[in-house]
Structure formats: C-alpha cells, structure tokens
Write a protein that binds this ligand. Structure first.
Ligand code: DAH
Length: 339
C-alpha cells in the first residue's frame, strides 16, 4: 500500500466521523471544502498521482475514485439527515416569525340577528316554534282566512310545486300548526325562511327570513301587543326608539296594523333612509281573527290573541346599516367578516 492509499483511508475514517458528528449545515459544508474543495485533500492527491509508479497506478486510481465517491456520499447523507431534522439552513424554523392566525368562521349576520330577536322574545316568555318550508295551501292560505281570490296566492307571486304544495310565502302558517297541536295559552315565535316570486333588488329577495309571533290567552288585548312590540324595539335598537301602529288589513287579523319604528338612523328627524318621514315600516300585526281560531278549533269567545310577523333582513339592514339586501347573500368574505 502506497502513501496515497494510506492518506485516502485515513481521510475516509476522519470524514466518516466528522459527517456523523456534523450538527449543522456549516459543518457539512466545511467537510466538503476540506476534502473536495479546490484546495481540499482530493484535488491535492490528484496532483500527486503523477508520481505514483506505473505498477501501482491502477490500484491507487481505484482507491482514489472509490474514496472520493464515498466522501461525496457521506456529505449528502449528512445534509439529508440535517434537513429531515428540520435544522438544515434553508428550512430552519425561525422562532422569531409571528404565528399564523387561524381565521375562525362565525354566524351569518342574518342568523345573528334572528338569534338576537329570539333571545329578546324568550326573555318575555315566548318559546321557539318551527314549521316546514314546503307548505300546503291550507296552512299557508286557507286556514289563515285568506280569500280564494287573494292576489298573494297567484303563481306570479308564489312558488308552486307540481303536486300543488308551495314554498311558504310567510311564517304565519306556523301559527296554524302550533294551534292545531297545542291548547292555549300559546306564546311562540317562529323564525324561518320564506319565499316569494319577487324580482330581486336592494330591498327585495326571492328568499328572505321572517320572525312570526303568536300570543293566545284569556283577555289578550291590543295594549299587550303594543307593549311587546315596544319592548322588542327598545331591546333591539335602544331606549330612544319609539313605535307607532297604523291601521292596515291582513286576512288573519282583525283589527290589523302595520307598525313602524322611529327612524334608527336620524332619530325621527327625517333622513333619506326613512324617506324624510321619521318612521320606518317594520312589519304587520294584529288581533287574531276569530275565523282563524275557528279553523284550529279554539273557542273565539274564550280566547283572544295577537300575532305579528316581521322581516329579519329589514331588521338586519337597520341594525348594521346595510344599504342593499343582496350584500347579505353574495357571501363575499370581505363583507361577512365585518360582523
Ligand atoms: N304574514 C305577513 C306578511 O308576510 C306578516 C304578518 C302580518 C304576520 C300580520 C302576522 C300578522 O302574524 O298578524 O306580510
């Protein structure tokens, strides 16, 4: 064995030890520089190769090539080991970087508002009732005392299925379903989706939400209705909001009213939102018509009640000052994450 082969064997032993001990990328790089770099051991040995006697050349050349390959391998393995351990230079974890924030979702503004309405009514002793979105004509119209020729039944306004059922146009049929299955006293609110064949614009949609209320007991009066609505207005929009009732007509209530809140934007002074009237129309209400009681088998001589129904989108638009209802349904995250 000549001196060159000895040096190669020695170098292999050293390099193997150093590769095993290398704790960072710099140590691995130093290994490469020492053995394979321009001024490293192997290029130097290569220059010495000329002095090797011809009969030893073959053996020395083999040892040289094998040794250089082995060192290359040691370096690559050491680098791979460091990378896998996560401390390779390129992918090192930088503990000073700020953490990534998880974006948690939240309830849709319509759901938030519906929940809030429900919470207010629960505090007044109402419980939540639900009914189907696919309704029959009896519950949506007939039982609610709606005349056979009432325009709201028109297929221009209502979505009909081939079997004659419909998408409910209001939450009022829940009143009927509750009274059919429960004896008075009844005190419920029913939030839910309703559907109408409207052309969508800033204040109308084909699919929107209402919250219905029904209170049946002995001796319930219009004054009770008014106080419940006033309490609701105060709880939702603050102590300054007033309400007013205006005479109106609904088939299922008699007398019927529409009720307004004093404008939440301008405090009643008049602004574009309330069209300078100082009032914003919120919904319909009234005293349950005796014909409706008769349809569900309640004795109208014994029981009286009030009902109301309002649009949740409208309440949300006022609460969050949303100018266009369609924003609520585009589900643009930049809009939704503001709530
Ligand atoms: N259902 C009516 C509508 O969609 C709203 C309504 C008016 C509900 C008067 C009621 C009521 O319960 O008493 O326009």
């Amino acid at each position: 064995m000549n001196a060159i082969i000895e040096k190669i064997n020695q170098a292999l032993a050293d390099a193997e030890r150093r590769a095993g001990e290398a704790a960072d990328a710099a140590a691995v790089e130093q290994l490469r520089i020492d053995y394979l770099g321009r001024n490293g051991l192997f290029p130097a040995l290569s220059r010495e190769m000329g002095q090797v006697p011809p009969e030893e050349r073959r053996e020395t050349g083999c040892a040289f090539n094998a040794g250089r390959g082995k060192i290359q391998e040691l370096i690559e393995n050491a680098a791979a080991r460091l990378k896998a351990a996560g401390s390779g230079s390129g992918d090192a974890i930088d503990l000073t970087l700020p953490g990534r924030r998880w974006k948690a979702g939240h309830k849709h503004p319509i759901t938030m508002l519906a929940d809030e309405c429900v919470a207010v009514f629960r505090r007044m002793g109402f419980i939540v009732a639900e009914g189907p979105e696919i309704e029959d004509i009896y519950h949506n119209f007939d039982a609610l005392n709606t005349p056979a020729d009432h325009p709201s039944r028109d297929p221009q306004d209502t979505f009909y299925f081939a079997d004659g059922r419909i998408l409910r146009t209001q939450t009022s049929p829940v009143q009927i379903r509750v009274m059919e299955s429960h004896q008075p006293p009844v005190r419920i609110v029913a939030p839910g989706r309703v559907f109408r064949r409207d052309t969508p614009d800033a204040t109308h949609g084909m699919n929107f939400h209402q919250i219905e209320g029904l209170y049946v007991d002995r001796g319930v009066s219009m004054a009770d209705l008014k106080s419940v609505l006033q309490t609701f207005a105060t709880e939702m929009y603050g102590p300054k909001v007033k309400i007013r009732l205006r005479p109106h007509f609904f088939p299922f209530t008699e007398p019927s009213v529409e009720y307004d809140f004093s404008c939440i934007m301008c405090g009643g002074k008049g602004c574009p939102v309330c069209k300078h009237s100082g009032w914003i129309e919120i919904a319909g209400a009234g005293m349950v018509d005796p014909a409706v009681f008769a349809n569900v088998g309640y004795d109208p001589e014994k029981w009286t009640g009030f009902a109301f129904g309002m649009g949740i989108e409208r309440l949300a638009m006022l609460r969050y000052r949303i100018p266009d209802l369609r924003l609520l349904y585009e589900n643009d995250v930049r809009f939704l994450e503001q709530f």
